[in-house]
Write a protein that binds this ligand. Structure first.
Ligand SMILES: [Zn+2]
Length: 251
């Protein structure tokens, strides 16, 4: 005998409309925007219109506004009165500050990881090796978007292993902001992190020669910062004559 399909669990009860459900939709949008910034689909200075984002994510404009406010607090988005929201464009000073902050936070993360008992847990070893394999595959396939996405995830994975959610939260913001700095100041079309550096970091973490993984991480972040051209003071691509071509002649 067939029975009627069991009633769907009442997902659309007020329970599902709690703050937790709302905030998970918001964090999904925040994550998607972070990834689009990282892989350059959203370059610095891009205008973020509420209508388009609401349509793209199937949410209300009110919710988009909340996400934009949150991203503005994290300095990933700039809100300009009467003009709207834009992907932030960091200054060279801000870019240097972000990398300095990453060195402080990631040194703390690496020191915590170096203090973990060896061998590392099977779960950690599996995740580290699994991640390494994904980065290798993306590199072999020359899949630049995947390489950029995975390189950010690698740093967050280490933060997760370190077991300090506050450090991990700060690092999430800093990674989005360093993606913006890289997009704004990279010298040529390079990618964020070298997969080779990550391979060495994974080996150092598994092997644990005291201090090695921490030193490698600091060197790695220095290298990423060195790829940026932070000396440029003015944007020479702006043609002022073209901009003011329609100005009336002086009388
Ligand atoms: Zn890296």
């Amino acid at each position: 005998m067939t029975t009627a399909a069991p009633a769907k669990p009442a997902r659309r009860t007020p329970l599902a409309r709690t703050g937790a459900a709302r905030s998970s939709a918001e964090s999904r949008i925040v994550r998607s925007i972070g990834e689009a910034i990282a892989d350059r689909r959203l370059p610095p200075g891009t205008k973020l219109t509420e209508e388009s984002l609401a349509e793209a994510f199937g949410v209300s404009r009110e919710r988009v506004r909340k996400v934009l406010l949150l991203l503005a607090q994290r300095r990933v988005v700039t809100l300009i009165p009467n003009r709207g929201a834009f992907v932030a464009k960091p200054s060279p000073k801000e870019a240097r500050e972000v990398f300095e902050a990453r060195r402080v936070i990631e040194r703390a993360i690496m020191e915590r990881l170096e203090r973990l008992p060896r061998p590392l847990s099977d779960d950690m070893l599996e995740k580290l090796r699994g991640h390494g394999a994904l980065e290798d595959a993306a590199e072999r396939a020359a899949d630049r978007k995947a390489m950029i996405r995975l390189s950010g995830q690698f740093h967050l994975l280490l933060a997760e292993f370190a077991g300090n959610a506050t450090l991990a939260g700060i690092l999430t913001d800093l990674i989005d902001r360093s993606s913006l700095a890289i997009a704004a100041f990279e010298r040529r079309s390079s990618h964020t992190c070298s997969a080779d550096d990550h391979r060495r970091l994974i080996a150092a973490l598994i092997g644990n020669r005291p201090g090695e993984a921490t030193a490698l991480m600091i060197e790695h972040l220095d290298d990423v910062e060195r790829q940026l051209d932070l000396e440029a003071k003015t944007d020479t691509r702006i043609d002022l004559k073209a901009i003011f071509a329609d100005e009336p002649e002086p009388t």
